[in-house]
Design a protein around this ligand. Structure first.
Ligand code: 2P0
Length: 354
């Protein structure tokens, strides 16, 4: 900053999350309001997370942002919504040591510089918008001395990217779809914190590190417009699955957790196939991984591993404990030897310590 000027900064970190009951379909595109509730597990921040530094200074002539060191445009409606909603809630800041004082109304005039990094390749085909917008909203809130609770912040992060609202909390999180048209009751709640159900181990099998072909936003728009199955899923199937999933998480009931997780992943991909034109996110390798897990679970008589796939071919595998996770890795290595090109890498770890 030029002499006599100051820069005030805040840094935050947010992990990504993996949905076990999927969000797919919006009832309001501008506010990002979903057609059903969803439930996710937040990963450990050491592995898949965004780290964001936000700075404010009277010497900044405009708002600017850099993602992984490259400047990106902030003109999109989603960034603007998050910035506007946080600025609206900014509170007076005063630091006795430096004498910096920012009055509530000053925040509207001050510009921000934002630098965000993902600790995983954006091109790995793993969701980065969830961690990114959660982190942006949280860190801006810290910088601007926003007093709102995490629920309110999650509702703002939702306007950046739907799944981002679930990354405000660790552990198991539910995004309540809400009923209102203004979105004020569409926010995330924590079902259980990160110390709950520590036996679970998550392994992400990276089937393809290519960027997905159909973005989630346009994919879900097409699904809402054309899939008759989506109505049935959102109105009839998901409400009872959410109750089952909440019970399974509370009781650490892996059998029920795995059954609901796999069924919901499969129905999400069925809804994609039911879209016109159909959307294919999984490939042959994804299907082979499903078969491997299904056969194994069947032969054991009770599920050992749950699988779930998002808007891409990578498998997220949730093992019931460390021993099962080790066996799973052995099987993956055997059926998909590293010299083959089917699986490019593995990300291995705990629910929280990857
Ligand atoms: C989820 N996905 O629940 C689902 C499952 C992908 C498959 O949330 O348009 O990037 O920004 O709200 O959040 C991906 O959608 O979409 C997603 P927008 P988002 O995790």
């Amino acid at each position: 900053a030029p002499e006599g000027q100051w820069v005030l900064m805040a840094t935050g970190r947010s992990p990504t999350n993996i949905a076990v009951i999927k969000y797919w379909g919006k009832r309001d595109e501008a506010l990002i309001l979903p057609v059903n509730d969803s439930i996710s597990v937040t990963l450990d921040p050491d592995h898949l997370s965004a780290t964001t530094t936000v700075a404010v200074s009277p010497s900044f002539p405009s708002d600017r942002m850099w993602l992984n060191g490259k400047e990106i445009s902030l003109s999109g409606g989603r960034f603007q919504s998050c910035l506007r909603e946080i600025r609206k809630r900014a509170c007076e800041f005063e630091d006795e040591k430096t004498g910096i004082k920012i009055k509530k109304e000053d925040w509207e005039k001050l510009h921000v510089h934002i630098a965000s990094y993902n600790n995983f390749p954006t091109a790995a085909g793993l969701a980065s918008s969830a961690a990114g917008f959660a982190c942006l909203v949280f860190t801006l809130g810290k910088l601007m001395n926003v007093k709102e609770d995490y629920g309110e912040l999650s509702s703002i992060a939702r306007q950046g990217s739907g799944s981002a609202c679930r990354s405000l909390y660790g552990g198991f999180v539910k995004w309540c779809m809400g009923k209102k048209d203004d979105g004020s009751d569409s926010f995330a709640v924590q079902l259980a914190d990160e110390t709950h159900w520590n036996d679970l181990v998550i392994i992400i099998a990276v089937v393809s590190s290519k960027q997905k072909e159909t973005s989630s936003t346009s994919g879900m728009r097409d699904t809402v417009e054309t899939s008759p199955l989506l109505q049935y899923r959102a109105q009839t199937v998901v409400p009872s699955r959410v109750l089952k999933m909440e019970e399974a998480i509370k009781n650490q009931d892996f059998e029920s957790f795995a059954k609901v997780t796999c069924a919901d992943s499969n129905q999400f991909h069925a809804v994609c196939l039911d879209t016109s034109p159909p959307i294919f996110y999984m490939n042959d390798t994804s299907h082979r991984i499903i078969s491997l897990v299904e056969k194994w679970n069947h032969s054991e008589g009770t599920p050992q591993v749950a699988y779930t796939f998002d808007a891409g071919p990578n498998a997220v595998l949730i093992a019931r404990n460390r021993k099962t996770a080790a066996l799973l890795l052995q099987k993956l290595m055997y059926y998909f030897p590293p010299q083959d090109k089917d699986l490019s890498s593995y990300l291995v770890g705990d629910k929280l310590i990857l």
